[in-house]
Write a protein that binds this ligand. Structure first.
Ligand code: ADP
Ligand code: ZN
Length: 747
């Protein structure tokens, strides 16, 4: 038997398949989609590959074929359909087919050795037994030297509840590194029980479908038509927060299941909480699989197996769950479709909505997008008829929409109040506390991290690997880079001028908490941000505590603006507004609007009416005006006009090519090469912009330079660009990597 094998290689354009002989002893296991190891080229090392086709022996053999050395998978997750999908992704996002196939393999299938070596039943926990202080001292005085040891220990300083398998597969740190850390007295390894089964242990009462409101009925009936006809269709549900979109999803899924077909539900990573899952489990029982990046890798692998064996009817997960090995799909739902987490930030930089559309089209399935603030390009498609539009304007369950007030911060400055909390907001919080009702204060993360500078010379403590300031974490006196996880101890002396006046620009949630406690010393406050939620289930714990213990105030970043139902929250204060308005890439307004609008929707979701105070110095801004009028359409109309005038998506397509590598000179040379190749013989079909460094040029010790194309893309122009990239790939240097974003939400 002959197997055609696609080799996993970093060499671009090497999408060729090679013939290998299947030795007799492997014939019983051989199957399309299984990974194999084979010797390839002149190298002695074995390479990984995937079987893409099987054929009978051809006789007589012209030359002697090499044999497959080993088969690495017990189960195949790749079939003909997925191979086709991978080819599509490779074409649209300019990557290797193998890179695309990797998206469809179970998580943690990284190297040849790891997939078989881990027992998913018995895992071990790794716990730190020395303090951060002692560890930092040892790192600074070179007692701990190896990079892997430092990586392991710094990871543990910031993360609780770490499993051995997370470290080995997630961080690519070997067992021997862990053992060394244990031998040297830094960590302990403890046995843990098999991870609780999220679904089995979820003790939920079964619920029945609610009687739909009039609006819900019209949406359910409208979309069901396509489900019953098994017709491919994209639908957008534009429904205000609390309009009962989730109930609509549930009833649509019911219809798909009745037909014997299956469903995928995608939600933004941070809203994949217990409550979300519970609503689905209580309706459909446990034929549901959950895929979440905070689940252990072993657990996610188990879920993949369950899905593959056909025991699962509904997959709920974040972005990558669109690749779950589920067959017979009738419906894909993308909730909060405007969320930026649906765009992958690593190569291939795919758009989940595009992939979902492709999958639904192939399967004659329905794609449902839902949001209170749809992406501009989605809504534009909807009003032009390419996507069917369903509007839900009222809140279900009689809840009223919140009252929105704009607080002009310039008034506070005149009154001499420079705090983050305006006088109006202060009064509102006071009243809320008196009424025993809860308050959420929302602070945009951007521009509000705390970092260290020298008061004398202005030196900023940047990460040595990235072009960004490290964030200062007061609780353990450490500086952390949020991009590459580099950790350092806080300095007391400026390395540049020697002064000892190091001060922290602490404008973040911690500072806000301090200010709040100064104003109201006796109230209870919880904080939820990247700093307090590293551990696997901490986000859920904070929300539970807030809700169950009726904590007065919750302070948080974006992550609190998503989907949780909190009936006693009647006041929302939005604090970082001006920083949001100040961003300047083409989709910044869209993100600012949806952020502010979504978080406003947190207030008054039940019978109690809600109040939202938005603090800003730019009260006339069209984004603020639209939020004040509670009108998505106001915003959309202004924004689409702007995009048209200045030539941005959806009127013009952008392809952003990023050349990256560890050597800046090489990166620059290659970017220039790419620019020239793209420009050559360009009959005004597109516009190429000269190479430009992004805002953060160095990230994780890799330099990046962008080359951008703007065009009205059609098949002809696209294939011309594609061919040029093929040429570029044969001319580029070995050390650089090219990745491509289509209509990036960020430039
Ligand atoms: P969305 O997903 O649009 O934000 P939800 O589906 O979470 O809205 O619904 C908001 C609230 O209204 C929830 O508490 C939900 O239980 C309730 N609700 C939704 N539909 C109905 C209905 N048909 N009858 C009664 N209550 C409903
Ligand atoms: Zn860094």
């Amino acid at each position: 038997m002959i197997a055609k094998i696609l080799i996993n290689t970093s060499v671009n354009t090497l999408n060729k398949v090679y013939d290998y002989k299947v030795p007799d002893f492997l014939v019983p296991q051989v199957q399309i989609g299984k990974r194999v190891s084979v010797s390839f080229g002149r190298g002695k090392n074995l390479e990984e590959g995937i079987i893409v086709k099987l054929e009978e022996d051809y006789e007589p053999q012209k030359y002697k074929l090499k044999e497959i050395s080993d088969i690495l998978d017990d189960v195949s997750y790749i079939d003909e359909k997925r191979l086709k999908l991978a080819k599509y992704i490779a074409y649209v996002y300019f990557c290797n087919v193998y890179d695309a196939l990797k998206l469809m393999l179970p998580p943690g299938t990284k190297s040849k050795n790891s997939s078989k070596s881990l027992d998913t039943k018995k895992d071990k926990k790794v716990v730190l037994i020395k303090s951060s202080d002692e560890i930092m001292q040892d790192i600074e005085s070179n007692v701990v030297k190896s990079a892997k040891q430092i990586q392991l220990l710094s990871f543990l300083m910031y993360t609780d509840n770490v499993l051995m398998s997370d470290i080995i597969e997630g961080l690519s740190i070997s067992r021997s590194v862990i053992n060394t850390a244990k031998k040297n007295g830094y960590i302990d390894i403890v046995e843990v029980e098999k991870e609780n089964d999220f679904l089995k242990d979820l003790d939920v009462k079964r619920t029945k479908a609610l009687k739909p409101t009039e609006e819900q009925k019209y949406v359910i009936d409208g979309i069901s038509k396509y489900i019953y006809d098994e017709e491919y269709k994209q639908c957008l549900i534009h429904g205000v927060t609390g309009s009962g979109k989730t109930e609509v999803y549930l009833q649509l899924i019911e219809r798909v299941l009745d037909q014997g077909r299956k469903a995928i539900v995608l939600v933004p990573e941070i809203s994949l909480t217990y409550q979300t899952v519970e609503r689905f489990v209580s309706r459909f029982g446990n034929s549901i699989a959950i895929l979440h990046s905070k689940m252990t890798i072993a657990k996610r692998k188990d879920e993949y197996k369950r899905i593959k064996t056909g025991k699962v009817n509904i997959v709920i997960g974040a972005r990558s769950a669109i690749f779950a090995p589920i067959d017979n799909i009738g419906l894909v739902i993308i909730d909060e479709e405007h969320d930026s987490s649906y765009y992958s930030q690593t190569k291939p930089k795919y758009s989940t909505k595009d992939i979902a559309a492709y999958i639904c089209k192939e399967a004659n399935a329905v794609l449902v997008l839902g949001s209170a603030t749809p992406e501009i390009s989605t809504y534009n498609k909807a009003i032009n008829g390419n996507v069917e539009l369903f509007e839900m304007k009222k809140r279900a369950a009689n809840a009223k929409l919140p009252e929105i007030e704009i607080v002009d911060l310039r008034d506070d400055r005149i009154m001499g109040n420079t705090s983050n909390i305006s006088l109006k907001l202060k009064a509102a919080i006071e009243e809320n506390i008196k009424n025993k009702e809860q308050t959420i204060l929302f602070l945009n993360k951007r521009g509000y991290n705390s970092y260290l500078t020298c008061k004398q010379c202005g030196y900023v403590f940047n990460c040595p690997n990235c072009d960004v300031a490290m964030t200062y974490h007061k609780s353990n006196n450490l500086l952390l880079c949020h991009y590459c996880s580099h950790v350092e101890r806080k300095f007391d002396i400026c390395p540049k001028c020697g002064a000892s006046e190091i001060s922290s620009y602490n404008l973040g949630t911690e500072k806000l908490e301090e200010e709040l406690k100064e104003l109201f010393p006796t109230i209870s406050v919880l904080r939820m941000d990247a700093d307090t939620t590293v551990a696997r289930d901490s986000q859920q714990k904070i929300l539970d505590e807030f809700k169950n213990n009726n904590v007065d105030v919750l302070i948080g970043t974006q992550m609190i603006s998503k989907g949780h139902d909190m009936p006693n929250v009647t006041l929302v204060g939005i604090i970082g507004t001006d920083a949001l308005l100040a961003m300047n890439d083409f989709s910044a307004s869209e993100r600012a609007f949806s952020n502010i609008f979504q978080v406003s929707g947190r207030a008054g979701r039940s019978t109690k009416s809600g109040r939202v105070l938005i603090q800003t110095s730019d009260t006339e801004n069209y984004i603020i005006k639209a939020v004040e009028n509670n009108s998505y359409i106001d915003f959309f109309e202004k924004e689409i006009e702007y995009r048209k005038t200045f030539g941005y998506p959806p009127f013009i397509d952008i392809l952003l090519f990023e050349v990256s590598g560890s050597n800046l000179q090489d990166v620059k040379i290659d970017a220039e090469k790419l620019y020239n190749i793209l420009n050559y013989d360009n009959q005004n079909e597109y516009r190429v912009f000269s190479p430009k460094s992004p805002y953060i040029q160095k990230l994780n010790n890799r330099f990046r330079v962008n080359v951008m194309i703007k065009a009205k893309l059609n098949t002809k122009i696209y294939s011309k660009v594609y061919d040029k990239i093929k040429i570029y790939n044969t001319k580029k240097k070995n050390g650089t990597i090219l990745s491509v974003t289509k209509n990036p939400s960020f430039i």
